[in-house]
Design a protein around this ligand. Structure first.
Ligand SMILES: [Zn+2]
Length: 351
């Protein structure tokens, strides 16, 4: 069994069936039928199960059979030049993932082989049905939020924003929930998995700023607030059990309803209107550029698959394998920020 098979197997072991909801469905024509299954940890980005078996399983061999997949940087920046040439004069949609935000201090959840590195994520259904799961989520989120809330955009976010201003990038579709594209002043951003900076009341539908909810959590949990003065566990760490079991979860101040971060959890699906907006952006663009995503998340993979089916070149900047390596016209295996910096320089030079 190769490493990618292992990763897929690991993910399936935690898979649940996606919820069925008339507002949520897969992209017509997709060969994949698994739902988007995501988790948001306290620190956190989303992770989605690959779902059911793919018609054409990705193998490591596939990643080296096309274009520059997995060949790394060529001498003299030739591959950067090729990518720059491909993007010249064409509006592209960027599909971004966790690899873009690691430079902002937000941990990625997969290694360069696409393997899951984290403990079992919270499941959407469990969040809705189990008070204990909600208690654990909010306790961990309480400690993880400061890092997320204070994170600043990295070089990669800023360059993509500048590329939007220059008409190179038409839309950013992001799998990240950290809001860093918006902080970097990107204007057209589709948050595929929602935003961790917002909290939704499931009863009355009201939205609240996550920063405000942090104050409610602080007020309701003065003991935890004292513990927060200790070195905070990062988003990956487990909060000590006594802290979790004593944690008080606030309700909606308007109606007393259940609060949920406005993100797509593992086991939930991406809302249909959001997917439609993403596919429309791809329809209107001439290429798709994947940045910092292994596309192991199904909802991301199917957009790459969709673009490929529409005859749009799919390009990628990512460290390590992607699930769509067999679809890529060109891939640069490297750090997103560093490669984007070189790309921006290359695009400023005359063709
Ligand atoms: Zn409410």
């Amino acid at each position: 069994m190769n490493s990618l098979d292992a990763a897929v197997t690991d993910d399936r072991s935690t898979a649940v069936q996606p919820s069925v909801d008339s507002d949520r469905e897969s992209i017509p024509g997709s060969t994949l039928t698994g739902g988007a299954l995501a988790d948001v940890g306290p620190g956190a980005d989303l992770h989605v199960d690959p779902g059911r078996p793919m018609r054409a399983p990705v193998t490591p061999a596939a990643s080296v059979t096309r274009g520059f997949a997995d060949t790394g940087m060529e001498p003299g920046g030739q591959v950067i030049g090729r990518l720059a040439a491909r993007l010249r004069g064409v509006p592209v949609v960027v599909l971004s993932g966790a690899g873009l935000s690691t430079a902002s201090g937000i941990p990625a959840y997969r290694d360069r082989h696409g393997r899951w590195q984290q403990p079992t994520p919270i499941q959407h259904r469990d969040f809705l049905t189990s008070p204990l799961v909600r208690q654990r989520y909010w306790a961990r989120s309480f400690f993880g939020w400061p890092r997320m809330g204070l994170a600043s955009p990295a070089t990669g976010h800023r360059i993509l924003s500048a590329m939007e201003q220059r008409g190179i990038v038409s839309t950013v579709v992001t799998q990240n929930v950290d809001g860093l594209h918006q902080k970097a002043s990107s204007r057209r951003v589709i948050e595929l998995h929602g935003g961790i900076g917002r909290v939704l009341c499931l009863a009355c539908g009201q939205h609240f700023a996550r920063a405000a909810v942090q104050q409610w959590l602080l007020s309701a949990n003065p003991e935890a607030a004292a513990a927060a003065d200790l070195p905070a566990p990062d988003g990956d760490a487990q909060v000590a059990h006594p802290v979790v079991s004593a944690f008080r979860v606030p309700a909606c101040p308007g109606c007393g309803g259940m609060l949920k971060p406005d993100v797509v959890f593992f086991g939930d699906s991406v809302p249909r209107d959001r997917l439609a907006a993403a596919t429309q952006a791809i329809d209107a663009a001439q290429a798709l550029l994947v940045v910092g995503s292994s596309l192991m998340v199904y909802s991301g993979f199917r957009l790459a698959d969709y673009a490929h089916r529409q005859g749009k070149p799919v390009l990628a900047i990512n460290r390590g394998v992607t699930r769509a390596d067999h679809l890529l016209e060109l891939k640069i295996d490297g750090d997103c920020g560093a490669v984007l910096e070189l790309l921006a320089l290359a695009m400023q030079r005359p063709a």
